[in-house]
Design a protein around this ligand. Sequence first.
Ligand code: LLP
Length: 423
Amino acid sequence: MTLKYINNQLSINGHDVKTIAEQYGTPLFIYDENMIREQCRRFHNALQHSGLKYSISYASKAFTSIQLFNIMQEENMGLDVVSEGELYAALQSKIDASTIHFHGNNKTDREIEFAILSGVEYFVIDSIEEISRINTIASTLNTVVNAILRINPGVEAHTHEFIQTGQEDSKFGLSIKHGLAIQGIHALQNAPFINFRGVHFHIGSQIFESTGTIRTIELVIEWLVNENISIDILNIGGGFSIRYTEDDLQYPIEDGIRNITETLKSECRKFNYALPEISLEPGRSIVGEAGITVYEVGTVKEIPHTNCYISIDGGMSDHIRTALYNAKYELLLVNRNEKSDKTVTIAGKLCESGDIIARNTKLPSSVSRGDLLVVKSTGAYHYSMSSNYNQMLKPSVVFVSNENIREVIKRQTLEHLFANEVI
Ligand code: LLP
């Protein structure tokens, strides 16, 4: 995404941010469609270089939108869904159901039936008990379904505790160390209405280099060899990091994927083990840096010698990551280009002290009511984690490309808030 000042006004890919905000209102999410496509192509190119059979599915939880899914289809991406709702959204788009993978550590019977009837490519199994449930439902529907098993490799990724998933004490996957993973594979192999296709792991999110994944691949291939299990698919999940601020490292997609695929090839060669197809599930790295949020400044509260609170017209209802993970963000003033010389705290308007967007960040000292601010890198896990707390309305979402600007999700209206109330 190119954010730059033209004639003293912030622009995104040459489009004036203030004009877009005036048309669609604030808070507003704006995505750079070209960047989304470019990220998909970078993963494709890196995997094509490896010469391996591969597939990439976009982790739809990062940002669920029908227009986005249509772009994913155009960019040859499959989809990873974890709920009836995500699957339903996917089915409204051009995505082919046979490229959808159904995840989840507590799939309901209804979800399993819905996924089978929709024709998803495979289930990612997360527990022993779900195997017999899926087998029974598949037998009732008189069909055989594909499944891969999510294993817990016991590898700790260096990231925030709440988005770490590969450590032993985790609700996700079946542990190799405790023998649950092999028990799961045997159960899958013995289930007549399930076709066991391979294994899956996801060691965490916002991982900035390939070491953890490489160690996990080595461990998993050796384990499969020792257990005499062959697989068609090795799904290594997502988790590729993005830059929220200048201090963050963006995952080196080309080098990282090369290291990962070379490791897979050499491990398979070492054990004379048949090379599986490699699958990836990137979410954040596809949409994260391609999205920004635009807010309007309201109250500015200067507490002498203490802090300056700048409150904006959204908050934790559309931006929960600062409150939840103490995540850090960079902001820009939209309607003029001035030096960021003042330390301020950007607060949301919701009724909670923890409703902060950015603590002790730098902005021009002239910022006042009516100014517009941009928060960078909000494309992943912002809209999708938004809520109606304090009866806030979910913002509208706009895609810009070089050629055009289009609204892809409309702002909620007050009527939406009470649509389900029984009066
Ligand atoms: N595959 C699996 C099995 C996952 O659990 C996840 C993310 C992904 C793929 C995609 O990971 P990504 O490439 O987006 O990092 N709400 C948190 C992130 C939770 C991630 C959950 N699983 C956040 O805002 O940072």
